[in-house]
Design a protein around this ligand. Structure first.
Ligand code: ASP
Length: 320
């Protein structure tokens, strides 16, 4: 029975997103892209479509937009390549699919969905994931498809520094901005789903994989609690098992969604021991099985949008 109202939230990364660094045109571009993605998800949910399809569709729109660090517009590795990660989970049966380190897949989130629906596996890696893509007739694209001038500049700026950066720009400050994308939704049947996709960190090497393709770290969904998609410095989100921690606080400690997210993002994440002097930062979007939406971050901003059935769409970039 369709007696639930749908809810959906999306993000395009958290980090140092400052109004002072935005031009009205740039800001409009981001808001337009977020709106396009959330309306694509809403169109599915409105017609009784599944949360799974809504989150995959919204993330696909964001992957196709080169403003974000996922799909087209992904950051460069140290070697000057693109290696992308994505994952999907649905909350009714706890099925999940993910890919890590793929190089020629136009929409890594669609491959993650195929892993979930067409294979007996959860996580496929690199060349193997690409062979799986070929086996199901998925088109492969050249690496250049993902490249943009901005990402090239970002790599050049830090290539020889030995550092990795999680961000969008060449400036030191904007190195704190992240463009990973994600979506969470509850559909009219009351089912939850979460999806996340990223190009990872600029200048990453040695096959580094972040939290995005790891179920429980960057993505989690269970109808018993909530759906979560995270963005931020992946190593901290892995160590904090962030997405699952939010769900566990709801399930076992009877926290509200807001209390759980607040505790994980503001109390726990920043207390993990630092990496090269820096503390874990980032944020997440989440929806619980009652349709409540919480989007929170410990950075100056997070690209985000949300909508509950019957209410207007919200888009936000900064803290307010
Ligand atoms: N979490 C992603 C990673 O560490 C980065 C991001 O959120 O932008 O790969």
């Amino acid at each position: 029975m369709n007696n639930h109202l749908f809810s959906i939230a999306i993000h395009g990364g958290a980090g140092t997103i400052l109004k002072s660094e935005m031009t009205p045109k740039k800001e409009k571009n981001y808001r337009d892209a977020l709106q396009e993605a959330i309306f694509a998800g809403i169109a599915i949910l409105k017609n009784g479509g599944s949360a799974e399809n809504a989150v995959v569709t919204a993330v696909t729109v964001l992957e196709n937009c080169d403003l974000f660090n996922a799909g087209k517009g992904s950051v460069f590795t140290h070697e000057g390549t693109h290696e992308m990660d994505a994952s999907l989970m649905e909350g009714l049966t706890l099925r999940a699919g993910a890919v890590a380190g793929v190089k020629h897949i136009r929409n890594p989130i669609i491959l993650a969905q195929s892993v979930m629906n067409l294979s007996p596996h959860v996580l496929l890696l690199g060349e193997g994931a690409e062979r799986f893509a070929e086996s199901i007739g998925m088109e492969k694209v050249p690496q250049e498809y993902f490249s943009t001038e901005l990402r090239k500049k970002q790599l050049e700026a830090i290539r020889n520094s030995g550092k990795v950066a999680l961000d969008h720009s060449v400036s030191e400050e904007i190195h704190k901005k992240r463009g990973t994308v994600g979506a969470v939704a509850r559909d009219k049947a009351g089912n939850l789903a979460a999806a996340t996709s990223t190009g990872g960190m600029t200048n990453k090497r040695f096959g580094r994989v972040g939290d995005t393709p790891l179920i429980g770290a960057g993505t989690y969904a269970s109808n018993q609690s909530c759906a979560v998609s995270a963005t931020g410095w992946g190593e901290f989100f892995i160590r904090g098992v962030v997405a699952y921690d939010v769900a566990a606080l709801i399930l076992y400690n009877k926290f509200s969604l807001q209390e759980a997210v607040r505790h994980v993002i503001h109390d726990k994440l920043g207390k993990l021991s630092p990496i090269e002097g820096e503390y874990g930062d980032g944020g997440l979007i989440s929806v619980d099985n009652q349709g409540n939406i919480v989007m929170d971050f410990n950075t100056p901003g997070m690209y985000r949008a949300s909508c509950k059935e019957g209410e207007p769409v919200f888009t936000g970039l900064y803290e307010y």
